[in-house]
Design a protein around this ligand. Structure first.
Ligand code: MG
Length: 329
């Protein structure tokens, strides 16, 4: 890919935006480790005056803990720059119940902390009389907490979920995400939650307000959360291929999950937007992914017109190899 210093300052993607709303897992880090080129690209963005907000559906860790992790990776981050779905969920609860209300908190410490920050009192049992239930991911959540949440929701408490991701990646494979636990409470109570995290709007709304963004760019690795959330909020999106989305998933994307821009990794922030854009025609590409972008346009047009996808198995293999080569560059 073109090195940032090779390009004039007025025609890179970053210059169209005053804030990046960055997803974390699969974009900035995978597990404990930084995604290659992510720290350098974000640091370059901030040097150009672009604000970085770190926006995560994961509600388990409080912002200060996430910020500490990001600092260990080499980023200049404070807790203020981190926006979690627990905070967005607590905001939704606080908008609907009186200050000081008891709220049944299910999930990691980030959930209870977000409630306290909004002047609410986290409790752990139905018998405590909660006005609302806020459910977020936590690795120690078990049947007892799900039962307490089900009793409260079944009795009419406000039901808010930080997010409904059905699975989460771990170093040993995919594991149940918060959505799987929420589904258990939905099954028991017969009631659906209000959802704060991506692809719903509250988390991005909280992020835009937090950093005062006027022309933000959503950056993510997942079509059904990050990219769809951008569509819901009318914010342009950059998809990077350092996380969960593979070429076949991208080609099969329905209209509301198609990104505005496609790049192999965050170096795309420093490429010309015209080289990364997926709509229209003429993206020449600077990273070896021009054939994939054209393939997306053909596959999506066919899908929208009810024709068979023209992508062949050989196309898929070639474009997947292009992505691997771009990431290795
Ligand atoms: Mg992600």
């Amino acid at each position: 890919m073109t090195r940032p210093e090779d390009r004039p300052t007025h025609d890179v993607l970053l210059d169209d935006h005053d804030a990046l709303l960055l997803d974390l897992d699969g974009v900035v880090y995978v597990g404990p480790h930084a995604v290659p080129h992510a720290v350098e690209a974000i640091t370059a963005a901030r040097a150009r005056g672009v604000t970085a907000a770190y926006v995560t559906n994961n509600a388990a860790r409080p912002p200060a803990v996430v910020a500490e992790h990001l600092r260990e990776l080499g980023l200049d981050v404070t807790a203020h720059d981190v926006v979690t779905s627990a905070q967005a969920g607590a905001r939704e609860v606080a908008a609907r119940v009186p200050v000081g209300s008891r709220v049944l908190a299910v999930g990691g410490p980030g959930v209870a902390e977000a409630l306290r920050d909004r002047g609410l009192e986290p409790v752990s049992r139905y018998a405590d009389g909660p006005a609302a239930v806020l459910m977020g991911y936590g690795p120690d959540v078990g049947w007892r907490e799900l039962a307490e949440a089900s009793y409260a929701v079944g009795a009419g408490a406000l039901f808010v979920a930080t997010n409904t991701d059905m699975s989460i990646p771990t170093d040993q494979g995919m594991a149940p995400g918060n959505g799987a636990f929420v589904a258990a409470v939905v099954s028991a109570s017969g009631r659906e939650p209000l959802v704060a995290g991506k692809p719903r709007a509250p988390l991005l709304v909280e992020s835009v307000e937090r950093v005062g963004a006027r022309s933000p760019l959503v950056v993510g690795d997942r079509l059904d959360t990050d990219i769809e959330a951008g569509h819901v909020c009318g914010i342009p999106t950059l998809l990077v291929l350092t996380g969960v989305t593979d070429v076949a998933t991208l080609l099969a994307a329905p209209p509301d999950r198609r990104p505005t821009y496609l790049a192999a990794d965050l170096r795309g922030l420093l490429a010309a937007p015209g080289d990364l854009v997926l709509a229209g025609t003429g993206a020449d590409g600077v990273d070896g992914l021009a054939a994939l972008r054209a393939g997306c346009r053909r596959a999506w047009a066919a899908r929208d017109e009810g024709r068979p996808d023209p992508t062949s198995a050989a196309d898929l293999a070639r474009w997947s190899a292009d992505v691997a080569a771009a990431l290795a560059r």
